[in-house]
Design a protein around this ligand. Structure first.
Ligand code: ATP
Length: 209
């Protein structure tokens, strides 16, 4: 078990990756559940075999998972979505636990989980950090990064928990509305210090470069 375990979440395009990078610079070990979910369905995995058993060959294209096809199926069928989650979530949690063990007992581990609140995982951590932005900025950044229309961005935002629901689960809320990244870095470092009770490992060499 790691020395201190943090759950990091926030709405889509709120800045989780940006904050996670700063926490990594502070010395934390980052475990990205989106990445683990992708790895869990790579060719040759048990996860992909289970998906084919449940959904059939139509979700395979050139030997790989056809995400677009699977997406069409699960967004039209809540039971299919639950079945998919029942395959992927345990695989992601198992792999996250392995990575935590490998990080060692002295590590500060940050699990980055977009749907942490929606999946009720807040009590699994010593602390939960929520990255928060007002919806209009979330929409703006999502449209710019993913080249989406306002309607497409709004649909993705509406599919998640509300700001209030997420913030209610937080030990600490980090406001990421300012475009000043250096200000964000300093606030994240201060939160890290406060939670861990010590100076970030690489403060001198990395965080203050
Ligand atoms: P996702 O939910 O899709 O995984 P995320 O929460 O990890 O996204 P980021 O990828 O960190 O969010 O940030 C979303 C976009 O907003 C990126 O293009 C990023 O460069 C930009 N961004 C992040 N923080 C700020 C900021 N403080 N000011 C302006 N743009 C920002």
């Amino acid at each position: 078990m790691a020395r201190f375990r943090i759950g990091l979440t926030g709405g889509i395009a709120s800045g989780k990756t940006t904050v996670g990078q700063i926490l990594a610079d502070c010395g934390a070990v980052i475990i990205d559940s989106d990445l683990l979910a992708r790895e869990a369905v790579e060719p040759g995995t048990d996860g992909l075999a289970q998906i084919v058993r449940r959904f059939g060959d139509r979700v395979i294209s050139d030997g790989r998972l056809d995400r677009a096809e699977l997406g069409r199926i699960i967004f039209a069928d809540a039971r299919a979505r639950r079945d998919l989650e029942a395959i992927i979530h345990p695989a992601v949690r198992r792999r996250a636990a392995e990575l935590e063990t490998a990080a060692g007992p002295d590590a500060v581990v940050v699990q980055m989980i977009p749907l942490l609140v929606e999946t009720g995982q807040q009590d699994r951590f010593d602390a939960v950090i929520v990255v928060d932005v007002p919806e209009h900025l979330q929409r703006e950044r999502l449209m710019a990064r993913n080249r989406l229309s306002a309607e497409e961005a709004d649909a993705r935002i509406a599919a998640q928990a509300t700001r209030d629901q997420r913030n209610a689960a937080a030990t600490v809320v980090i406001d990421n509305s300012s475009p000043d990244r250096e200000d964000l870095r300093q606030r994240v470092e201060a939160v890290y210090r406060e939670l861990i009770g010590e100076t970030p490992h690489q403060l001198g060499s990395c965080c203050c470069d």
